[in-house]
Write a protein that binds this ligand. Structure first.
Ligand code: DAH
Length: 346
């Protein structure tokens, strides 16, 4: 058989095969068989160099005509098949827009954070600045600069977790008081500081070795008890409702003088007294006028400046707001508990 016959033969086979192509898999097989580097077309082309010039010209042009015709027929057939396959796919993958959507399930904010942010918002609206302080704190800032020298009996109120003699996990966010006064260096300010605090406690429904507070501190000229009362009343009513009564009881804290504890009337009995509150009121925070010693120790002249401070237990407020019975629920991440605070998102 001459090369010419072979070319004719190839033309017949190739076009016969082309007419049989029905899928993209066939397209690949066909391309490999005829157009690949060692495919049938290349095989015949590789015989050209051994021929005479005349034959080279004749067969060369025959071969290139075959290649052109076959390529163009193959390409248009491939396009047809690709389109057919796409149409078929689209016909089967019809979107059923009557099916119910899947909705979005995003996690829930822990009620602790809901309340922390709500408390912060109330004070931000009153122009307070948010400050942060270290959780690993020195004895100096946690106690001494707050008018609690070493050996002061007030230290017994806060059983602390010490890292060494001078470093402890802060037992109160009040450490921020001394730090901010240092930073503000004699200038007036209004700050809150939300953050974690630690005490050596045996955990139970109302005690946790780790809990959180929001500290507040206002220092300026002419600050008096009326400012403290009005501010904390605004806070308590915004948090628990306008109808709740707010009560100030005398108390003791080493860094305030006078000191108060602030109670709200019980939401359960309306102030009459019930098993939840005992005497009609529930304590929500400690506060007071900044002790002159604290101002002095931290670089403010108590003859010129005065201030008030407060410390709010975040979990305590959240427990009262939501009727949560155990402080440990904030930390144990039981989804059945957390899901109750989930906002529906569709
Ligand atoms: N640091 C106090 C505590 O943990 C709470 C507190 C009371 C903070 C009175 C204050 C304050 O700033 O004025 O028991």
């Amino acid at each position: 058989m001459s090369l010419k016959d072979n070319i004719e033969e190839l033309r017949k086979t190739a076009f016969a095969e082309l007419s049989k192509i029905v899928s993209s898999a066939d397209i690949t097989t066909f391309r490999n068989r005829f157009f690949a580097k060692r495919g049938e077309l290349a095989l015949l082309t590789s015989q050209l160099p051994s021929l005479s010039d005349k034959e080279k010209r004749e067969y060369g042009s025959l071969l290139s005509r075959l290649r052109e015709e076959l390529t163009s027929a193959f390409e248009s057939r491939s396009e047809e098949i690709t389109l057919e396959e796409l149409n078929e796919k689209l016909a089967h993958e019809k979107l059923d827009i009557t099916l119910p959507g899947r909705g979005n399930s995003i996690g829930a904010k822990n009620p602790f954070y809901i309340i922390r942010d709500e408390i912060a918002d109330i004070f931000l609206k009153m122009g307070y600045e948010v400050k942060e302080g270290p959780e690993v704190e020195s004895d100096l800032y946690n106690f001494e600069r707050l008018n609690i020298p070493k050996d002061h009996p007030a230290r017994d109120m806060q059983d602390s977790l010490y890292i060494n003699e001078n470093l402890l996990l802060r037992s109160q966010t009040s450490n921020i008081q001394a730090r901010v006064m240092e930073e503000k260096a004699g200038k007036p300010f209004k700050i809150i500081c939300p953050g974690k605090t630690y005490r050596r406690d045996d955990d139970d429904a109302t005690h946790s070795h780790q809990f959180a507070q929001i500290e507040g501190l206002v220092v300026d000229k002419g600050i008096n008890m009326a400012h403290l009362k009005a501010t904390l009343e605004v806070f308590a009513k915004a948090m628990f409702g306008e109808k709740r009564e707010v009560r100030f009881r005398p108390s003791f804290f080493p860094f305030t003088e006078p000191s108060v504890e602030v109670d709200v009337s019980c939401g359960n009995c309306g102030g009459k007294g019930c098993s939840m509150c005992k005497n009609g009121y529930i304590e929500i925070l400690g506060a007071g006028m900044v002790h002159p010693n604290v101002l002095k120790i931290n670089g403010y002249d108590p003859e010129v400046y005065s201030g008030f401070a407060f410390g709010i237990g975040i979990e305590r407020v959240a427990m009262l707001r939501y009727g949560i019975d155990d402080i440990r629920r904030f930390y144990t991440n039981d989804v059945r508990f957390l899901e109750q605070f989930k906002k529906k998102v569709s």
